[in-house]
Write a protein that binds this ligand. Structure first.
Ligand code: URA
Length: 222
């Protein structure tokens, strides 16, 4: 596995990278990687890991005081200060992470970004995109289990920036060093969350050791 200190990131970029290394996350990720893990369990684990990661990625959400009357007395408590959120899965594997985040933030809106790579230019381009109408007022959590070259992720970030979104957080489960550098170099404000930093990409842009094709494993299409 890669070490966060060997990625050649600046201190400012390191501050925008969070590796969610909680023991439960690492345990579940090991099962996720196992080639013997079947479709249902894989899907369930992607959802659970997205929930854990969503918990970390919302840690700085602001609170405001609220008066609550318990059965014994009134007290001042805290509730969320009404930050509006959109979850934006990159199709198709990102869909597997949506429900885990919705478990945490049930009122979040869900946009979709479909990117495919042009076979000649190798540049990603959008084939389907639909965002909530007030997306520019929302914190956008882009979700995609695998961050490989960073091509789709940077295209999705650009799409959201063009739509006026200011607060963008990218949540992936497994990242290659190449993708981490590409994303943090591309956008000076995006924050990146991953459960694992893997070693490298192979010649077909699969992450090593990785977990194979996340979309195929979530949808049972391999
Ligand atoms: N997408 C995947 O699903 N797996 C990889 O290893 C890389 C990109």
């Amino acid at each position: 596995m890669a070490n966060v200190n060997n990625l050649g990131l600046t201190l400012e970029q390191l501050a925008r990278l969070t590796v969610v290394d909680h023991p439960l996350v690492q345990h579940k990720l090991s099962i996720l990687r196992d080639e013997q893990t079947g479709t249902k369990q894989f899907r369930d684990l992607v959802r659970e890991l997205a929930l854990f990661e969503g918990y970390e990625a919302t840690r700085d959400f602001e609170l405001e005081p609220v008066q609550v009357k318990t059965p014994l007395e009134e007290c001042t408590c805290q509730h969320l200060a009404g930050k509006k959120v959109a979850i934006v899965p990159i199709l198709r594997a990102g869909l597997g992470m949506v429900d885990g985040i919705l478990d945490l933030i049930p009122a979040a809106r869900v946009g979709h970004v479909g990117m495919e790579r042009d076979p000649k230019t190798h540049e990603p381009h959008e084939y389907y995109c639909k965002l909530p109408p007030d997306v520019e007022q929302r914190t956008c959590l882009i979700v995609d289990p695998m961050l490989a070259t960073g091509g789709s992720a940077t295209a999705a970030i650009q799409y959201l920036r063009d739509a006026g979104v200011r607060d963008i957080r990218l949540l992936v489960l497994v990242a290659a060093p190449e993708g981490v550098r590409a994303v943090l170099d591309f956008d000076p404000d995006v924050r990146l969350y991953t459960c694992a930093l893997d070693r490298e990409l192979n010649g077909s842009a699969y992450i090593l050791p990785g977990l194979g094709d996340a979309g195929d494993r979530i949808f049972g299409t391999r």
